[in-house]
Design a protein. Sequence first.
Length: 573
Amino acid sequence: MKQLLLTLSLGMMGAIGVHAQSDMIRVNQVAFYPQQEKIAVVENGGKKVTLTVRNAETGKVVGKTNFVRTSVSPWSKKRRAVVDFSNITAPGRYVLEYGKQKMPIVIKPKALSELTAGAIHSFYLNRSGMAIDAKYAGQWARPLGHADTLVYIHPSAVSPGRPAGSTLSSPLGWYDAGDFNKYIVNSAYSVGLMLYSYEQNKAYYDALKVNIPEQDNQTSDLLDELMYNLRWMLTMQDPYDGGVYHKLTTPNFEGMVMPAACNQQRYVVQKSVTASYDFAAVMAQAARIYKGNKDYCCFAEHATRAALAAYHWAEEHPQALFSQGKMNAEFQPAVNTGEYGDGSAADEQYWAATELYLLTEDPIFREVAVRLQPQTFVVPSWGNVGGLGSLDWLRCDGDEQASVNRKLLLDYCDHMMSTQATSSFNTPSGNNPKDFAWGCLSETFCVNGVVLLTAQRLTKDAKYLKAAMQNMDYILGRNATGYCYVTGFGVKSPMRPHHRLSTADGVEAPFPGMLVGGPNPGQQDAHEIGVKYTSKQPDESYVDAMESYASNEIAINWSAALVALAGWLDASN
């Protein structure tokens, strides 16, 4: 961990000398693979330009960039120069120069290994219910907060064995986002996405070392970290009927304080059909992947039973959709934290039926999945998890369901890539104003990247790998704001995320390895609390301010997407 923390510090500080001069050159600020396409975009009005590439160690000029084209933003009409320096392949540190403008770049094998490890490690830093040890966290160590061994049954969540006001123990898990609550819907999606990437790249993740307390066992550090949350999720199932509580929460969000300073009572609230199906899906998926694991020898059997019980509860309660407003109208105390509401559970049932079929081979589950099969591929998100089911069907060679989903996925990818040649930043995503919204860096860029990598795995066509890497380059700095949107990495990265722990801990730098939400032209926080944005353009609607929950919050589903994409890319290069 000491080496990782040093690397992160150098990533933030190593180019401070050129930061003030380099805002015109937009480029991946973390690292390039030797044989990877290497593109930079220059904010120069679109004039034809050549940049100098200089060895940072020797000062020697090693090459020039090739001008590719002038890009024009479809909404701001800004003109930019797109340049290519893919001919530079030797590992090393370099500087791109445009007059007095300078930007450091790195070329190396395993270019994203530190980023992937840092993203996984950010989950450890956001663990609930344990002291975070300086041995694993350095300056971000903190005492125990939210043990959650005395959690109250909210009046909306009563069952014959658990009356209102009684208590249960529900420790462990991750803080969901900038707040301190824990939500089943988002946890299930986050774990499911990372398990999908793990199953596609087992050897890579098994070899990746992350400094967490479980690092010396026989299990992949990623699987160890996921288990910390899976064990919490199991406590959220009512043993009397199999239903799953929607969330564990305080009535209201805590202030910008550390966990040990929080004093609101914590509750589990109403069981929901979406939480129960999501729980069933990820428990079935995890049971398959952890089967035979020596460190967690009883987990697969426990998870299988829990998944089946949750699925059957959801089947019996199809109308149990979570509505916080309706719950608050009937029960007290009112709860005003993240809702994760949904108007339909069809996508959750599709994912759950798919995973239970893959686990049990019971044809009943296959029949349900076939009936609920989406007609188009929809990129996975917490609000529409059907894509996770579609992706997992692709592992079933020879099954008609796999063929259906293969065609849908490839059609989706080819359509996504169709605007790339004329895009502002040479990316397949981000070429429509609708691509920018709450959490767009996760769903529009990262998860689309995972989908593209799936297409590459299916077809062996390198164009999909190239496109996925272009989305990653966008996240890491080749974009309209010039930010590397991952905390602790790059020359210019977020320093003030909407994240209670990073705000209240007294450490100047935020937790490293977290992906912020990104440009959001909805600018909800501007309208609600007066956050100041410098632009209304879709891809520029971002501000590095703690108050900006609409553009600068962090969340486990966003960091999960970063883990899934960065790890898969690193495994593929």
